[in-house]
Design a protein. Sequence first.
Lengths: 394, 394
Amino acid sequence: MVNNKMYELGTKKSTIRTIFEFGRKRAAEVGEENVYDFSLGNPNVPTPDFIKEAAVDILTNMEPSAIHGYTVAPGNPQVRKALADSINSRFGMHITEKNLFMTAGAAASITICFKALSQPEDEYITFAPFFPEYRAFVESVGGKLVVVPAQPEDWQIDFAAFERLVNNHTKAVIVNSPNNPSGAVYSEETIKKLAQILQAKEKEYHHPIFIIADEPYREIAFEGYTVPYIPKYYDNTLVCYSYSKSFSLPGERIGYIVVPDTVANFEKVYGAIAGAARVLTHVNAPSLWQLVVGRCANMPSDISTYVKNGQLLYQGLVDAGFECVKPQGAFYLFPKCLEEDDYAFCKRAQKYDLLLVPGTDFGCPGYFRAAYCIKTETIKKSLPLFKKLAAEYK
Amino acid sequence: MVNNKMYELGTKKSTIRTIFEFGRKRAAEVGEENVYDFSLGNPNVPTPDFIKEAAVDILTNMEPSAIHGYTVAPGNPQVRKALADSINSRFGMHITEKNLFMTAGAAASITICFKALSQPEDEYITFAPFFPEYRAFVESVGGKLVVVPAQPEDWQIDFAAFERLVNNHTKAVIVNSPNNPSGAVYSEETIKKLAQILQAKEKEYHHPIFIIADEPYREIAFEGYTVPYIPKYYDNTLVCYSYSKSFSLPGERIGYIVVPDTVANFEKVYGAIAGAARVLTHVNAPSLWQLVVGRCANMPSDISTYVKNGQLLYQGLVDAGFECVKPQGAFYLFPKCLEEDDYAFCKRAQKYDLLLVPGTDFGCPGYFRAAYCIKTETIKKSLPLFKKLAAEYK
């Protein structure tokens, strides 16, 4: 009577949801301030004042129909020009408005790319640990998700494993850096090596293999870590961006896709993106927010809270005896569990009201994700509890 | 290399697009004020002040994270409650927040429904004239669109033709009233008859047949015409609503789906809708606009301009010798062309800079659509030109 796959996708309770409900129950019992919820990737840095000011100014001073009317399908041309100029000045690119397609955020951007590119038997490669929605999105357009096992010592890429998995069916490689959930930033060396391998594979298979760069965390990279702009290293790159994290606007659904001129058969790819956006009903990204991000294209993201929280949690975990790669970007740590079974470990952490997400959910068993986009005070108070938890394993 | 169907959908120039480009060219030559563009359904009544005031008040006085943070996937529960209360009081329904799923407008709502319901070999029935995107949306989920021929004398439903087309594969019937492009409102008698036939067919085929009520124009119904709330007449109705037209917010992408408790297997249908929204990346409709429409749920739509424009254009066309059904709702008239070939007729109208859309695009050859959501002054100035055009056929 309904599509069963959709029913399953809409009703299967996710681990994060289960943890969330446990957290709500415990908050009712012991008080909100005694629950340490590291489970959600909801930015806690307030939306910057310049965003509020831009939105209020636009609402107050512009003609309503110019704010709220339909834009052309790919988005307001002036906004796309402003964003293209900003990308050019920050990353040394040479794009124009015709290379941008405004979308309702990064998830919309990547599903549009999957829908635009997918032909029967296509495979999409991603690297563990990875954002679990990739699987639902890829399978929904009939594609197959292929996962390269993790390289836990530094969360860069296991290239030997990667090379074994690329084949003639590979349509695209999904790159997510700064990474959710590992908190790692792929180095320039990693991106160069990835580009080199893919260029060779493109020659071998006589067709383009795209990189889909999923970059909602691009602006959240810490001192000493630079996020390479992948189109500069690899021609067939589609960049999927979102303002959800950089400007703390996750609810407003605003972002874009960059399709550089260097992409093989640019017209064909951009056209297919327009068609995919149309049938996924993602033409015309929310119009007020298009205007706001157009105005604020060159404004900085305030990442100081994430820097402070990341260092505090990292040091606390290491002091408690956890193995963990240093925070590099985004707002996640991905430490090793103190027992093999990550579900059992996260269950045990709940005794201390520490809410952690098992790594298996991100394709990486034996680890856990701790999202530190929460109050600094909460992290401080949680550290003795992590110590107690670790003591159970000594 | 890309999905060719998506490429075609993204690049095939639509008739409206071609007309739009002609209009831009002519505006450059003869001046904006001498081009009579009846081609676009972009509301020209300004967004009401109460919308601006609500948005500015929310931005100024609420915590940014409460405005812009993620909502739960189906939308802010308080907003859904406010909208449910408003629907109950206006239409005598008994729904709660659990019956609503917030979306990015009516197009998103209906594609989510198609994706949620569709199983192999499903057919969707609609009535000519119809909104042409239905075909792209239905085919994109593997469904087949079946079109019931028009009943031009009153634009109600040709039930004999309809009954011949319903079969065991019919998953749903798409009802769009007030109608784009005919401007007709389906009467209570029409809806009752439709419900009666479908109830009999459900019994015959032993499975539910849904009505998908696509209602972006619900609030734009003129004196003497009432838009029946279809769930009151037929249990298996999903209502797809948008604030694009009623509050002149087409760019902001905000609307909802109503899934009443009376729908067969409610949990299954609502669950599938949640799954479809997830893979179409339509969870969490734009959060500021959720709050705004929640506050303004009971505010009136100002339709006075459409009433005035509709009457003026209707009278002018009739005086010029056109056959046309009286305006009932939305902001479209759908008169008979003065020659059989509607493309040739609309082409000839362009000589007078009258931009009209051929009815063939809406599955109804021999007619044309005139959207009167434009300046009243423009309509006044256009009437002598319609007379000249008509004179060519005398």
